[in-house]
Design a protein. Structure first.
Lengths: 344, 344
C-alpha cells in the first residue's frame, strides 16, 4: 500500500519520471544532462535553436471534476494544454516540470492513476519530466511548465495573418463541448457508449496537434496560428487582434464533429463548434497561393485541414457568414467557452 | 477600482510584466524574442550554454499564511525559492512563468501588492516574466517555473563533494525559523521592532544568494552545492547522499544569526541554525587547498562564507561535533524544517 503521505512528497514526481523513462529516453531535442534530484534540471545546450516556454494550470472545480475524470485521463490532459501551446508555435516540445497540490483526502489509487496518465502522455509525445514540486492543498490542482524548441524565425505567431489569407482549422470541432454537456448532465465514461462516450472522451482526453503544428511551422505554410482552447470565436478574435486583421468565417465550412451532432443535434452542435472550448485543434492562416500545399499536407497527415473562411481588413471586423447568407459579428455568438462555476 | 475578477484573468500576469519592465529590459541571458501574449514565449538561442529549469510552489496554509505575509513580501518570496535553486546550481536566472490560484475572496489590494512584489523581485534579479496562467481556487497558491543558464560542465551539483572537502555556508542561519516562531505566536511585522522584526523579515523576505552562487560556480570553488530550504541537517543529508559521502559539522562553527539568538536564546537558536528551514543560504563544499580562495571571495563579496566542518567518508555518517566535544548523528537532531500543519 502506497500511502498518499509518501506520494505527495517528491515520490509522486519521481514515480512519473520513472514510469515515463521505462520506454527509453525522450525524443525531444533538449536532452536532460541532469534530471530530477538536484536543485534544478540541467538541459543540454540548444545551439542556435530558440526555446519556447509555456505554463498551464488545471484546477479541480474550475477545469475538471475528479469525479468525472478517471485519474489516467486527467493525468494525460495535464500535459495537453501545454503540448497544444507548443504545437501552436510550430515547435517541438521537450522538457517539463510539474507542480501538484493534493487534498489530503485524495485516494492513493487515484493519485497513482494520475501519475500513470502524466507518464503515458509524456512518453507518447517524447517529453521529459525534469523536475517538480508537490504540496498539500484544499483542492487538487496541477501545473505544467513546458519547454520546447524551434528554429529562429520559424515560430508561428498569432500576429502573422494578412488580409487575403485562408483561415483553416485542424480536425473537427464541438465534441469537447458536447462531452462536457453530458458530464454536467450526469453521464459518465464507462456508463455510456457510442457517440456519447466519444464526446465525453473528446472532453476528458483531447488530442494535442503536436505533429500537425510542427509540420505547419516547418513547411512555413502557417502564417499565423493559435490553438483552440477557449473556442473558435474567442481564439479567432485573439488571432485577429494580434494580427491587426478581421475575418470572415463561413459557418457552413466549419467542420462540426459528428459526435457533437449526435449528442446535441445539428443546430446546437454548429454553435458548439463555434463557441465551445477545449477542442485543442489548431486555427491557422495560410497565404491564398498555398491552399494547394495545405490540402496536400492534410492528405499526407491524414488529418482534416478545413478552410473555414479568410482573413480580411480589420475594419470589416470578425463576422460569421451563416447558412442563410447573413453576416453576424462573431461577438454576438457568445464569448466562447466558459469554465463551469468554481466552488471556490 | 480594479476588480479581482479582472485581475484573476490574464490581467494579473500582464500587470506584473508591465511593472517589472518599467525599469528596463531584464539582464538575463535568455532574451525574450516574444514575451506574454502568444501561445508560448520565444526565448533567444542560448548558444553553447546549458539551460537550468526549476519549479516551486507556494501554498496558503502550507508555506505561508496571507494574514502574516504582506502581499509585497509574499510576491517577492514567490520567486525566492526558484532563484535560490538556480543560484545553488551556479547559474544565472533568466526567465520565468507564473501560475496563480486566487480564492474569490482575495482582496484586490492584496493582489495588487502581490503583483508589485513579484515584479520588484523580478527586476532586482534581472529575470523576465514571459508567461503565466491564473484561475480561481479554494486557497491562494503561486507556482513559479524559472529558467536559467550555465556554461556546460560548470553547473554545481549536489554530487560533487569528496572526502576532505571543507564544508561551508553563506550568511547566518536560524533567523527564518525564529521569525516563523514569532509569527506563530501572534507577532506581526509592523507591530514589533529590532531583532524580532528582523527575524520575521528573514522569514517573510529571505535573500536568495544569486550572486554568491554564481561566483562560487564561475570560480569553480564550489565542488558541490545545495540551497538551505529545509534546514542544514536535512539539506546536508541530501548533499551527502548525492555525493556518497559523510560529513562532520562543528556546531561551534555554525554561524548563528544574532536575530535568532535574540528571539530564541542561544541554545534554541543553535538548534534553529541546524534544523530550521527557509534560510535560503547556500551550503557548499570546496577542496581543502581552496580554503584561502574561499576566504578571499567572502571578503570580496562582503558575505560571510563560514567553514562549518568537512566532508568525510560515507561510512562515518553525518555527525555533529557539539560544543561539549561529543559526536551526535545529525539525524538525531530532527528531520529539519517541517511546514506548519496544513488546513487542507
Amino acid at each position: 500500500m502506497t500511502r498518499l503521505a509518501r506520494l505527495t512528497e517528491q515520490g509522486f514526481i519521481d514515480r512519473i519520471a520513472r514510469l515515463a523513462r521505462r520506454a527509453g529516453p525522450a525524443r525531444g531535442g533538449l536532452g536532460a544532462v541532469l534530471g530530477i534530484g538536484d536543485d534544478a534540471a540541467v538541459l543540454s545546450p540548444s545551439g542556435r535553436l530558440q526555446s519556447l516556454l509555456t505554463t498551464d494550470l488545471l484546477a479541480e472545480g474550475i477545469h475538471f471534476r475528479s469525479a468525472w475524470a478517471p485519474g489516467l485521463l486527467l493525468g494525460r490532459k495535464t500535459l495537453t494544454a501545454s503540448l497544444s501551446d507548443i504545437a501552436a508555435m510550430g515547435g517541438v516540445p521537450c522538457s517539463f516540470v510539474l507542480s501538484v497540490g493534493f487534498p489530503r483526502r485524495t485516494d492513493p489509487a487515484y493519485a497513482l492513476q494520475l501519475a500513470s496518465g502524466v507518464a503515458s502522455q509524456a512518453r507518447r509525445f517524447g517529453v521529459d519530466l525534469v523536475g517538480g514540486d508537490t504540496c498539500a492543498a484544499r483542492s487538487l490542482f496541477l501545473n505544467v511548465a513546458l519547454l520546447g524548441l524551434v528554429e529562429p524565425g520559424r515560430e508561428v505567431r498569432r500576429s502573422g495573418a494578412r488580409s487575403g489569407d485562408g483561415l483553416y482549422v485542424t480536425g473537427r470541432l464541438g465534441a469537447s463541448a458536447a462531452g462536457l454537456r453530458l458530464l454536467e448532465a450526469g453521464e459518465r465514461l464507462g456508463r455510456t457508449s457510442g457517440a456519447r462516450a466519444a464526446a465525453i472522451r473528446a472532453h476528458l482526453d483531447p488530442e494535442p496537434r503536436v505533429i500537425a503544428g510542427r509540420l505547419l511551422g516547418l513547411t512555413r505554410l502557417a502564417a499565423a496560428m493559435i490553438d483552440l482552447s477557449d473556442g473558435l470565436a474567442l481564439d479567432l478574435t485573439r488571432l485577429c487582434a494580434a494580427s491587426g486583421a478581421g475575418a470572415v468565417v463561413e459557418q457552413e465550412a466549419i467542420p462540426v464533429a459528428p459526435q457533437a451532432v449526435a449528442v446535441l443535434g445539428a443546430r446546437a452542435a454548429a454553435r458548439a463548434a463555434l463557441t465551445g472550448g477545449e477542442d485543442y485543434e489548431l486555427l491557422f492562416t495560410a497565404r491564398a497561393e498555398h491552399h494547394g500545399h495545405v490540402r496536400r499536407l492534410a492528405r499526407r497527415m491524414q488529418l482534416p485541414l478545413s478552410r473555414i473562411g479568410q482573413i480580411v481588413a480589420r475594419r470589416r471586423g470578425i463576422v460569421v457568414l451563416t447558412r442563410s447568407g447573413r453576416y453576424h459579428p462573431i461577438g454576438d455568438l457568445g464569448t466562447g467557452f466558459r469554465h463551469f462555476p468554481a466552488d471556490a
